[in-house]
Write a protein that binds this ligand. Structure first.
Ligand SMILES: NC(=O)c1ccc[n+]([C@@H]2O[C@H](COP(=O)([O-])OP(=O)(O)OC[C@H]3O[C@@H](n4cnc5c(N)ncnc54)[C@H](OP(=O)(O)O)[C@@H]3O)[C@@H](O)[C@H]2O)c1
Length: 254
């Protein structure tokens, strides 16, 4: 049920962090993986280490905010392997920290463009191809920030709320073609992206205290959920969100 042999998986933002962990574990489970981020060299290094460990990987740089680069990423994957079975929309940015009243239009547009619209672009490029082949899976990396209101990362959080909605709506629209679409909401995971949160004891300590498992997340914690959603084990799971936050959103101090 958890075998990913025969699965071609394209993962955006997979040169490090959660995306890299998903790619490495998927390759170990037998998937052929496409490593992508803005920097070709960083992608090459990850693909090389996966191949050195006996897996199959190619590296294709693409900025998720640029449609032509995403088209080239999909085309290159099809040239190499002729199909995409699992699409993991993982790349995201957050250039604004602070209340919404201070955000510039350009930062808002960049967040929504890279974190939401690019996922729709990719869906519209890839899901019709999956449908022609009989089905597939799409996974969007959302966040617990998309499930709550946030004091300082509000615009990012709103983009992640939109990703939950996008997963749900794509699931409804593509379900009859045997395509499953789901979102994952990680809590705070120790990657470069969240460094400002977990390196600051004033944020990290109360966050750990408010988490049932009494620790922050690691990229592997999220990779397991993505592998499940990609695998035959999740064949009846679509249009939903799996929260992987160590029990952070389940906890209330009272
Ligand atoms: N870490 C957390 O606490 C946390 C919590 C909840 C949700 N998430 C979500 O999990 C996902 C992965 O985050 P992470 O923590 O693993 O981040 P990370 O360690 O900073 O890695 C981000 C990856 O995305 C790539 N990337 C950044 N901007 C890109 C762009 N415009 N186009 C293409 N690739 C881009 C980066 O490579 P390059 O710089 O080479 O492009 C890198 O490979 C994101 O969707 C994030 O919102 C993270």
């Amino acid at each position: 049920m958890f075998d990913l042999r025969d699965n071609v998986m394209l993962i955006t933002g997979s040169s490090r962090g959660i995306g890299r962990a998903i790619a490495e574990h998927a390759a170990q489970a037998g998937a052929r993986v496409v490593i992508s981020s803005r920097k070709q060299e960083a992608c090459d290094a990850v693909a090389e280490s996966i191949r050195a460990a006996g897996g199959e990987a190619i590296a294709v740089a693409a900025n998720a905010g640029r449609k032509d680069e995403l088209e080239a990423l999909v085309d290159r994957t099809l040239d190499e392997w002729g199909r995409i079975d699992t699409l993991v929309c993982n790349a995201a940015i957050n250039p604004h920290y602070g209340p919404l009243e201070t955000i510039e239009d350009a930062a808002w547009d960049k967040i929504m463009g890279t974190n939401v619209r690019s996922n729709l672009w990719l869906a519209n490029m890839v899901l019709p191809l999956m449908a022609e082949r009989g089905g597939g899976a799409m996974i969007l990396l959302s966040s617990v920030a998309g499930m709550r209101g946030c004091m300082n990362i509000g615009a990012y959080g709103i983009s992640k709320t939109a990703d939950i909605g996008l997963a749900r709506t794509l699931a409804v629209q593509w379900g009859a073609r045997n395509i499953r679409v789901n979102a994952i909401c990680p809590g705070i995971v120790e990657t470069d992206f969240a460094r400002a949160l977990w390196e600051d004891p004033a944020v990290a300590e109360p966050s750990i205290e408010a988490t049932a498992l009494k620790r922050l997340g690691r990229p592997d914690d999220i990779a397991g959920v993505a592998l499940f959603l990609a695998s035959p084990a999740a064949h009846y799971v679509t249009g939903t969100t799996i929260v992987a936050d160590g029990g952070m959103t389940a906890t209330i101090n009272m």
